[in-house]
Design a protein around this ligand. Structure first.
Ligand SMILES: Cc1cc2nc3c(=O)[nH]c(=O)nc-3n(C[C@H](O)[C@H](O)[C@H](O)COP(=O)(O)OP(=O)(O)OC[C@H]3O[C@@H](n4cnc5c(N)ncnc54)[C@H](O)[C@@H]3O)c2cc1C
Length: 437
């Protein structure tokens, strides 16, 4: 087990793609960085995602960061000296009615203003793009195509950032939960961990779904919820397509081993916990707008939270130990439905069975945008890099670069204003409909 540093310049809490990429960007610029991760690197969202690197996000305020990120993805393997599974095969979102195609045209206009080329394709053009899939059935009428979108391998990327950060001198500690951020006289003075304290004048909270919990004791609040989502992987088949796609109730990409990674047939699950009551006024409008595919579930999350809030119980003392490796159950029925929809849409692949299914908790904010930069309240020296709302794999490279720039007081590549923590206090937070067909 690696030794704990007693002091450093910057401590990063969380070893997902965001924490590891930020460690990389800081370390390569000569900053002394220690990253603490409560479990294995990348174990929560960063290795459980679909692997989409998409700029085709519904929210215009995310597009510039997404564009910058894709620019970085293009040279990432070289920069990190590691295979990241990057394939720039484009993305298709199928439309089923004239209203969908009109919406694609409108989005295309917004995207073009941000320098992004998109095209609305007719049905026959889509069939041409999916070789061997000419028999593809369904009621869809066309698609939005974004040729510069891509995909990468979630099993490789976060680890590649971590190793590259280490090569530049960062210290990365697994199985070492941060229990609190320490302060002195209104400024950050370090982090308390399971293995002892680390002194530092700057701390970045990149703890995914757990960021709000770490920030709250410092008087730093922001609404954050998690939605449980299931992913299916098929057995390998011959290469069909490099395009990632959003079809009729399911999404797909084919990985380099020939396996299709699918999602979407199941309802997304809100596991009810104490945080839901705290953040209700932020998330109720969002939940109402997305009620068609959201389900509330009361169970272990709420019980665990209640037990951990009672003084003297082991559930409170062992809070992080009990949450070292979060492996939520996949929705087995939903996974079967997703696979069935895939087979229905692609009859030629009906023989591809399910190789595996897993679930992950997607942390999100009410406006589906991350919180990046200094905390607007609380101690000086505290930075937030969290709340990626289902886009953190795609946005990771540029978002981490932006956070590193803000920590160092440099000009970031993209305007950080939409991501400021203060937007919640200012009530400058649009209610958005989560992209789902
Ligand atoms: C099913 C699913 C599909 C997705 N699909 C896509 C996609 O196709 N494209 C896309 O762009 N995004 C996608 N996402 C979202 C994307 O995976 C996340 O936005 C991104 O991984 C967030 O990275 P992160 O580093 O902020 O969080 P995480 O990966 O969750 O990492 C946070 C880390 O902090 C650690 N941690 C927490 N508390 C502590 C503590 N107290 N001490 C130390 N460590 C701590 C955790 O153990 C965890 O490893 C998907 C997510 C899921 C779950």
């Amino acid at each position: 087990m690696a030794a704990l540093d007693s002091s450093t310049d910057v401590v990063i809490i969380g070893g997902g793609i965001i924490g590891c990429a930020t460690a990389y960007h800081l370390a390569r610029r000569g900053v002394a960085v220690t990253l603490v991760e409560k479990g294995p690197i990348g174990y929560e969202q960063s290795t459980r995602n679909w692997g989409w690197v998409h700029q085709q996000v519904r929210y215009p305020h995310l597009i510039p960061l997404a564009v910058e990120s894709v620019r970085m993805w293009d040279s990432l393997a070289g920069d990190l000296e590691a295979d990241v599974g990057w394939i720039q095969g484009g993305n298709l979102t199928l439309g089923f009615a004239a209203a969908d195609l009109a919406e694609f045209e409108r989005w295309g206009e917004t995207a073009r203003r941000a320098g992004l080329e998109t095209t609305v394709l007719a049905r026959n053009q889509v069939v041409d793009m999916l070789p061997g899939m000419a028999g593809m059935q369904g009621s869809w009428t066309g698609a939005l195509h974004l040729p510069t979108d891509g995909q990468a391998d979630p099993d490789l990327v976060t680890a590649a950032f971590a190793r590259a950060a280490e090569r530049h001198g960062a210290h990365i500690l697994n199985d070492c939960a941060a229990t609190a951020v320490d302060t002195t006289g209104g400024a950050v003075s370090g982090v308390l961990t399971e293995r002892g304290p680390i002194r530092a004048s700057q701390v970045i909270v990149a703890a995914g779904a757990w960021s709000g919990r770490l920030a709250r004791p410092l008087g730093v609040r922001f609404p954050q919820r998690s939605v449980r989502s299931t992913v299916v992987r098929t057995e390998p088949v011959d290469p069909v397509t490099a395009v990632t796609g959003w079809g009729d109730g399911f999404t797909f990409r084919q990985d380099r081993a020939g396996r299709f990674v699918l999602a979407g047939g199941e309802a997304a699950i809100y596991d009810v916990d104490l945080g839901l009551f705290r953040d209700m006024r932020w998330f109720l409008p969002l939940a109402w707008r997305n009620r068609r595919w959201l389900r509330m579930r009361v169970g272990r999350s709420l019980l665990g939270d209640v037990a951990a809030s009672l003084p003297g119980l082991s559930a409170r003392r062992e809070f992080w130990e009990r949450r070292r490796k979060i492996d939520p159950p996949a929705d087995a029925k939903g996974a079967r439905q997703t696979l069935a929809r895939f087979h229905q849409a692609f009859p030629g692949l009906a023989g591809a069975g399910m190789e595996s299914a897993w679930a992950g908790n997607i942390d999100s904010t009410p406006d589906q945008a991350p919180v990046l930069g200094p905390a607007a309240s609380g101690p000086t020296g505290l930075f937030l890099a969290t709340g990626f709302s289902g886009h953190g794999f795609a946005l990771g490279p540029a978002a981490a670069r932006l956070v590193a720039d803000l920590v160092l007081g440099d000009e970031p590549p993209v305007d950080p204003h939409p991501f400021r923590h203060a937007r919640f206090a200012e009530r400058d937070v649009p209610v958005v409909v989560v992209h789902r067909r």
